[in-house]
Design a binder for this molecule. Structure first.
Ligand code: FAD
Length: 407
């Protein structure tokens, strides 16, 4: 059997984009995916910055032509207070719009795009063990009949998302700075009259009685909406004995969102994900690197997950092409550090959201508002790697400054 250049664990956005880039560069790529596509996944609101990496991987046309719901911003709501962020008014150059996507379709078309470029994607294949090696790492893979086999490659990319395959197998888990939060979510046929809401924007609402609970409403194409609530288990569980009861009771308290959903009909079971924040001690090791959520996940509040996943795929693929061509690669300075710069920017914003300072900024009108808002809008649009933006370069300092201006 011929050893592929690269084996990728998982065909989510990180895995498929890396597969497309590496296949395009002329390498043999095999993707091992546990599920069969299309399959449900949470994480439906993209950020404009992500479009750049879809374009780089030659997958943008697939996404543009798929008929997904257009997105140009976000509305934040807390009781009667409302703030509207239009991504097209950001300070950083680049895409100002994107899409709100059903992930079953989005992930399926990215995987098909990677196959079109020559990557082999095998479904129903679960990676169960890994032997790291700088020259020839080896995975154990189980198929759906329970047969195990070994798969060797010149390099392994772990893009297994919440599966966190290498983090668990190689004992790389390390504590995150965020406590365990949970989320309950579903899809509804929303039946919202068009004049009541701008479907090109997601709605993020803060619970009027507890600013540690927040909600998303993400309009999708064909009259569907993804809705969900996030909070500490101690805050969410008292809302009901079942997830359905919890979500219904939480939404009833959400203000505008509950008014918008007055005629909504649930079209899938209520799902739950708990303890999703995760981190590893190192994103690389002998013969492997970790992409997207397989490396780290912060929090859903600013929809940064897919954008970080695609950025990691882009950085790793560039480094890997050089490595496979026999050039020296410093994985720390060529991959981990540049990726972490943007992740750390998002981390500062997530921390600011939960300690209340960012909520204060969002719902106030700070001095010199237009310019400040454009720079914050850039980060919310995913431009977390733009060092020209002071709110990226030193987010703590600048957010603190604006918070003080807010009184
Ligand atoms: P994934 O999309 O998780 O893909 C990993 C793939 O690996 C899966 O297909 C899985 O089946 C496969 N796999 C797992 N284990 C194995 C194994 N052992 N062998 C083989 N294959 C395996 N992000 C956003 O950008 N916008 C949002 O609005 C958003 N909302 C979110 C809401 C919640 C409540 C949560 C928890 C997250 C949200 N996210 C959001 C984050 C987003 O879901 C992830 O960041 C994103 O899917 C990560 O992509 P990925 O390619 O790293 O992994």
């Amino acid at each position: 059997m011929v050893t592929p250049d690269v084996v990728i664990i998982g065909a989510g956005p990180a895995g498929s984009v890396a597969a497309a880039l590496l296949a395009d560069a002329g390498f043999s790529v095999e993707v091992l995916e546990r599920a069969h596509f299309p399959r449900f996944s949470i994480g439906e609101s993209l950020l404009p910055q992500a479009m750049e990496w879809l374009a780089e991987a030659g997958l943008l046309r697939d996404v543009v032509e798929a008929g997904f719901q257009h997105k140009n911003g976000a509305i934040f709501r807390w009781g009667e207070r409302e703030e509207n962020f239009d991504f097209r008014t950001k300070s950083t150059d680049g895409w100002g719009t994107t899409y709100q996507v059903r992930r079953d379709r989005f992930d399926d078309l990215l995987a098909k795009g990677a196959m079109r470029k020559g990557a082999k994607v095998l479904f129903g294949q679960t990676v169960t063990a890994m032997r790291p090696d700088p020259e020839c790492p080896c995975l154990t893979v189980r198929d759906e009949e329970g047969h195990e086999r070994e798969v060797k490659a010149r390099f392994v990319l772990d893009a297994s998302g919440f599966g966190r395959v290498l983090a668990r197998l190689l004992d790389l888990e390390t504590p995150t700075s965020f406590p365990d939060r949970m989320s309950v979510f579903t899809h509804v046929e929303d039946n919202m009259p068009v004049q009541n809401y701008d479907r090109n924007k997601i709605l993020i609402s803060v619970n009027p009685n507890n600013n540690q609970i927040w909600y998303w409403l993400i309009p999708l194409a064909e009259g569907l909406c993804s809705i969900g609530a996030v909070g500490m288990p101690d805050h969410i569980k008292p809302y009901g004995a079942t997830r359905e009861e919890q979500l219904a009771a939480l939404v009833a308290e959400s203000g505008l969102m509950s008014e918008l959903l007055v005629n909504a009909k649930r079209v899938r079971d209520v799902g739950e994900i708990a303890g999703y924040s995760a981190r590893v001690s190192s994103l690389t090791g002998p013969g492997y690197a970790l992409l997207g959520n397989a490396g780290e996940f912060l929090d859903p509040v600013f929809s940064s997950g897919v954008t970080i996943a695609l950025k990691s795929a882009s950085l790793a693929s560039h480094a890997l092409v050089r490595h496979l061509n026999g050039e020296a690669v410093n994985w720390q300075t060529d991959f981990s550090e540049p990726l972490s710069r943007g992740v750390d920017t998002f981390r500062a914003y997530v921390s600011g959201w939960y300690d209340g300072s960012l909520q204060k900024i969002i719902f106030s009108k700070p001095g010199d508002a237009r310019q400040v808002k454009a720079m914050i809008t850039s980060v919310l649009a995913g431009y977390a790697w733009d060092d020209e933006n002071p709110f990226v370069r030193d987010p703590h300092k600048y957010l603190k400054m604006v918070e003080e201006l807010c009184g």
